[in-house]
Design a protein around this ligand. Structure first.
Ligand code: PBE
Length: 267
């Protein structure tokens, strides 16, 4: 495909995901900030729909521009690249943080300590996500816990169980957060807790923690992706810091698409 025709061939559309995603907010901002994206449309849909469009375009070797991110198996199953983002709209590498409601540390010091210690690598999360392609996420998480007893022990060693045993974790509905949520559910269950996992939109994650409806979340991508929600609620939540470092978000194209930067697109 000729470089000059890529924007026209994709019909000046970026294939997006769920409208509540932080990555969609960043993409909207990119549409406003880049002259090259003037008049472009960000198509709302779902992650599954975006992945289907991506598969289709790649089987036909057609150009396509999607909202992409890591950790995700889309980069393992396809040759993809992020478009350069000279304005930095999508930020640099960022972290996934653990947040809790105010007072969790006093009410459930044991669970709070385990949540605070929880930390894993991109490779760990990816291995759960990849396995979950062929089995339920819960089973993939359980396999990871079995295979990584050393790590899990570091999170739980010497922690006194709490009297109160019910704990609710809110998460976002993407595989990355389903993976961390299911792993933490198993870890806390082994310590005698009853764990409820509630998937909601990113805005609701912060709202539920801020008003104390939920106890904790492993889902916020910071500082950029969920930055606006963090800013809104930061006085009313406790931030326990990163549970994973090195996530990336950006406009994503198959390798064979002959452009390198968002600025190579045309209005
Ligand atoms: N994501 C996956 C989410 C966070 C995790 C990048 C699609 C978002 O954009 O909110």
């Amino acid at each position: 495909v000729e470089t000059a025709n890529i924007s026209e061939t994709v019909d000046y559309e970026i294939i997006g995901i769920e409208p509540g995603a932080g990555a969609m907010g960043l993409s909207e901002t990119a549409l406003e900030e880049y002259d090259s994206l003037a008049g472009w449309e960000l198509v709302e849909g779902s992650t599954a729909g975006m992945l289907t469009e991506l598969d289709k375009a790649i089987s036909n070797e057609e150009p396509i521009i999607v909202v992409g991110w890591n950790p995700h198996y889309m980069f393992a199953s396809h040759d993809l690249k992020y478009l350069e983002d000279p304005k930095g709209t999508f930020g640099e590498e960022e972290n996934i943080n653990t947040i809790t409601r105010m007072g969790l540390e006093e009410d459930m010091p044991g669970a709070n300590e385990i949540l605070d210690r929880f930390y894993w690598e991109v490779e760990d999360m990816e291995s759960v996500m990849l396995e979950a392609q062929d089995m339920p996420m819960e089973e993939a998480a359980s396999n990871w816990v079995e295979a990584n007893r050393d790590k899990v022990n570091e999170w739980t060693e010497g922690v006194e169980p709490d009297d109160e045993k019910d704990i609710e974790l809110v998460l976002t509905p993407w595989d990355s957060e389903r993976a961390s949520g299911e792993v933490m559910k198993l870890v806390l269950e082994e310590q005698g807790y009853q764990v409820e996992l509630t998937p909601v939109d990113p805005a609701i994650v912060f709202q539920a923690i801020a008003n104390g409806e939920a106890d904790a979340s492993l889902a916020p991508w910071l500082p950029v992706t969920h930055g606006p929600f963090y800013e809104e609620y930061k006085e009313d939540i406790v931030d326990l810091g990163p549970n994973l470092e090195g996530t990336i978000i950006g406009l994503t194209v198959p390798e064979y698409v002959d452009i390198e930067s968002i600025e190579d697109l045309q209005p």
